[in-house]
Ligand binder design. Structure first.
Ligand code: UDP
Length: 342
């Protein structure tokens, strides 16, 4: 019998790539999304890539406890990967209640449904944002979490704690994995799925590709006076397909009962720091184009540098980032051109 994985927020950027990899690995996937921050474009792309027209899609708002409950009753869910959350840092500062209500409420409903069915494997999509500006780099999973600097970041920390406590209290019925993502970028090599930001992108790579295609006039590089080799911030950019594959390893580890502890944490990164300027230059080089950019003031809240020590994921999960930054930046550009119909 194939095992079934529920992907909450499965129509979005990360969820759609994860769905493709899960199906490729032989899992049945139920995709559920309230479509509050995406449309069906990526889900349609997932069906094309996998050649599967029968992937169940459920339009569900996980803040609706009864609907969440009904979803678990309808399918036999062996594992749930929880993505359904709001993710704009700036907006979370302006609308904290909205963020706490949505991001905590949806996760609590998922956990309640998991408890009610007698147990489940739960993978939570966390973020390197929990490390803030680390004192020591690269960061391991043991590096201390720093106080959150936005409600968005606070919800990631709170959901981590909620899952840890729930696993602890469940007597082995609920198992958990927290994946802490660094900076996911790029798109599927088919260019059929990718990032679809609504409005002006907050993240660097969508802003780069939209500038290159002519949707934005000029990229602002936020600060070139940081204490880094070229003065711009350092991040660990992780290819979206590599990131998606980490989920397959993690889910399989839970399903096979191979965990060392009932709730485990893994950094999902490359271990390779790349500056904003290096990324911009690499994008220009691999795609053979010139980008219109300018140096702008620092963006409030940005940390100077953060990158992963991915040793635990490499050795314990057996997962490793494989695609080069060049391949990833090429795929991001192919996706942008696909969107523009070019
Ligand atoms: N960045 C930039 N211009 C932009 C967007 C981002 O210079 O239009 C920089 C940002 O200051 C940070 C890096 O790119 O140093 C990555 O930012 P992003 O928002 O993609 O991810 P974050 O690391 O903030 O989660």
């Amino acid at each position: 019998m194939k095992k079934t994985v529920l992907v909450s927020g499965g129509a979005g950027f990360i969820g759609s790539h994860v769905t493709v990899e899960l199906i490729g690995a032989g899992y049945e996937v139920v995709v559920a999304d309230n479509l509050s921050n995406c449309d069906m474009t990526c889900f349609e792309g997932v069906k094309k890539i996998t050649g599967r027209d029968d992937i169940p899609f459920e339009k569900v708002d996980f803040c609706d406890a009864a609907a969440t409950e009904a979803l678990f009753a309808k399918y036999k869910i062996d594992a749930v990967i929880h993505f359904a959350a709001f993710k704009a840092v700036g907006e979370s500062v302006e609308k904290p209640v909205l963020y706490y209500k949505n991001n905590l409420g949806s996760f609590l409903n998922v956990l309640e449904a998991a408890e009610r069915q007698g147990g489940c494997n739960v993978l939570f999509s966390s973020s390197a944002t929990v490390y803030g500006q680390p004192e020591k780099l690269p960061v391991t999973e043991e590096s201390p979490r720093q106080p959150a600097t936005s409600p968005y970041g606070a919800t990631k920390q709170m959901c981590e704690d909620i899952l840890q406590d729930t696993v602890k209290a469940s007597g082995g019925k609920i198992k958990g994995i927290l994946l802490r993502y660094f900076n996911p970028i790029g798109a599927h090599p088919s260019a059929l799925i990718g990032e679809l930001p609504r409005g002006v992108p907050n993240n660097l790579v969508p802003f780069i590709t939209q500038t290159a295609i002519g949707k934005r006039a000029c990229l602002s590089i936020f600060g070139d006076d940081y204490p880094t080799p070229d003065g711009t911030c350092l991040r660990d950019y992780i290819d979206i397909v590599d990131l998606a594959k980490a989920h397959v390893y993690a889910v399989t580890r839970m399903m096979e009962g191979k965990m060392d502890e009932p709730c485990e944490i893994f950094n999902v990164g490359t271990g390779r720091p790349v500056s904003v300027m290096e990324l911009v230059t690499a994008f220009e080089r691999v795609n053979g184009l010139k980008l219109n950019y300018k140096i702008a003031p620092r963006r409030p809240g940005d940390v100077t540098a953060v990158w992963a020590d991915p040793t635990r994921a490499n050795t314990v999960l057996g997962w490793k980032a494989e695609r080069t930054v060049e391949e990833t930046l090429r795929s991001a550009w192919e996706w942008e051109k696909h969107l523009a119909g070019k």
